[in-house]
Design a protein around this ligand. Structure first.
Ligand SMILES: *Cc1c(COP(=O)(O)O)cnc(C)c1O
Length: 366
C-alpha cells in the first residue's frame, strides 16, 4: 500500500459474522442490514459477500433500488417504508418487502392504481421506542385495510428494540411482551431483533432477525468486546507514518499547540485526518496502532494528519504501517475515546479513502 489511508474490507470476516448470526439464531431467517452503504463498507461488496443471507434490509427505497440495479435478487426490506406515490410504485414493481409504520403510508398505497407486482408488508408496531411505529389500537384496522389490498401478498409484524444494548435492562422484555400481545395468525412472520437482540435476548429471535453492526464485527454491547462475542472486524482502517519529528521538551504540537511535549520525544505524523473520516474529536490518548504497538494520539486531529506520541517506540520511522481501527484495535475503543459509537466511525470514512477487498471470492468487479 502507498502512504494514503486505506479501508481494507475482509470478506471472510463478513461471512464468518453471518455464520455467527446463524449459530446464535438457528431457527430464524436473516435480514442482513446493509443500510447506509453497508455501514460505510460499500453496499455492493458487502451484499456480494453476504449473498447467502435470506434477505437484505435497508433504510430507504433508493438503497433497495440500487441493490436491484446491481442485480441482487434476494428479498429486500425497506425499513423506512414509502413516503410518495412514486416510491410505492417502485416498491411494488421491485417486489420489495416494505415496512408500514404509519397510516399515511396505507392511505397512499390505497390511492394508487397498481395492476401488477406485489409486496409483503411489515407492520411496525410501537412497543416502547416511540420513534417509528403504529400505536397498538390502530394495528387491526391497518392490517384489515392491507389484507384487502390486491397487491399485498403477506402481512408480517415487526418492532424495534430501544435498549437491547444493555442486557440488564428489563425494558426489552416489556417490548417483547407488547409485541407478543399482537402476534396473531393474521401475521405470517414476526421480527424483533437487531444485533443486540440476536446476541443478548433469545426471546427476540422470531421468524426473522435483523442484524447490522455484528455483521461488521462490532459489539453492540458496551461491556462485552466483539472478540468475546466471536465476531471478527471487517474493516481495517490503515495508513502510514509519513514523518517523525524529534521534539524538544515543551514543544507544542499541532494546531493550537494543545499538546506540549513533557520531555524530548519522537512524534509520529500519520497520514489520516478528519478529511478521511478519522474523528476530529478523538481525545488525547486515543489508541493508534503503529507497527503493531499501541501508542497514544496527541494534539489536534487535522484534516489530513494526526500526531502520535512515539516514546514507547523510539525506532518509529516514515513508512511504518498504522492501524486506526480494525484488526488489533477495535473500532469500539477508538469510538469511546472520540465520544461516539463504532457505528458512526464506520459510516464516516470518506470517499477520499481507497477501499480494498480482502478474501473476495467472487470475481465481480465493483
Ligand atoms: C439499523 C437497524 C437494524 C440493525 O441494527 P444493529 O444495531 O446495527 O444490529 C435493525 N432494525 C432496524 C429497524 C434498523 O433500523
Amino acid at each position: 500500500m502507498g502512504y494514503a489511508p486505506q479501508a481494507q474490507i475482509d470478506h471472510d470476516a463478513l461471512r464468518h459474522n453471518l455464520q455467527r448470526v446463524r449459530d446464535t439464531a438457528p431457527d430464524s431467517r436473516v435480514w442482513s442490514v446493509i443500510k447506509a452503504d453497508a455501514y460505510g463498507h460499500g453496499v455492493e461488496r458487502v451484499a456480494t459477500a453476504l449473498q447467502e443471507s435470506d434477505g437484505f434490509a435497508v433504510a430507504r427505497l433508493d438503497e433497495g433500488l440500487k441493490l436491484r440495479k446491481a442485480a441482487f435478487k434476494q428479498p429486500i426490506l425497506i425499513m423506512g417504508g414509502c413516503y410518495t406515490s412514486d416510491e410505492w410504485v417502485q416498491a411494488v414493481r421491485n417486489e420489495f418487502d416494505v415496512v408500514v409504520h404509519q397510516e399515511r403510508q396505507v392511505t397512499l398505497l390505497e390511492s394508487l392504481p397498481l395492476d401488477t407486482g406485489s409486496i409483503n408488508v411489515w407492520l411496525k408496531v410501537e412497543t416502547g421506542m416511540h420513534r417509528l411505529g403504529i400505536p397498538s389500537e390502530h394495528l387491526t384496522d391497518l392490517a384489515d385495510r392491507l389484507t384487502a389490498h390486491p397487491r399485498v401478498r403477506r402481512i408480517n409484524l415487526m418492532t424495534h428494540l430501544a435498549n437491547a444494548d444493555d442486557r440488564s435492562d428489563s425494558f426489552t422484555y416489556s417490548q417483547i411482551a407488547r409485541f407478543e400481545s399482537h402476534k396473531t395468525d393474521r401475521f405470517t412472520h414476526g421480527s424483533i431483533a437487531n444485533s443486540a437482540g440476536v446476541l443478548g435476548f433469545q426471546a427476540t429471535h422470531r421468524d426473522w432477525v435483523r442484524p447490522g453492526i455484528m455483521l461488521y464485527g462490532v459489539s453492540p454491547f458496551s461491556d462485552t468486546s466483539a472478540e468475546e462475542l466471536g465476531l471478527r472486524p471487517v474493516m481495517t482502517f490503515r495508513s502510514r507514518v509519513i514523518a517523525v519529528q524529534q521534539c524538544r521538551r515543551d514543544d507544542p504540537v499541532g494546531y493550537g499547540g494543545t499538546y506540549n511535549c513533557p520531555q524530548d520525544m519522537p512524534i509520529a505524523v500519520v497520514a489520516v485526518g478528519y478529511g478521511d473520516g478519522y474523528p476530529r474529536h478523538a481525545e488525547e490518548g486515543t489508541p493508534v496502532l503503529v507497527a503493531g504497538r499501541r501508542l497514544p494520539l496527541v494534539g489536534r486531529v487535522s484534516m489530513d494528519m494526526i500526531t502520535v506520541d512515539a516514546r514507547d517506540y523510539p525506532e518509529v520511522q516514515a513508512g511504518d504501517s498504522v492501524v486506526l481501527w480494525g484488526r488489533g484495535l477495535p473500532v469500539e475503543e477508538v469510538a469511546k475515546s472520540a465520544g461516539t459509537i463504532g457505528y458512526e466511525l464506520l459510516c464516516s470514512v470518506t470517499s477520499r479513502v481507497e477501499f480494498l477487498d480482502l478474501n473476495r471470492r467472487d470475481t465481480k468487479g465493483i
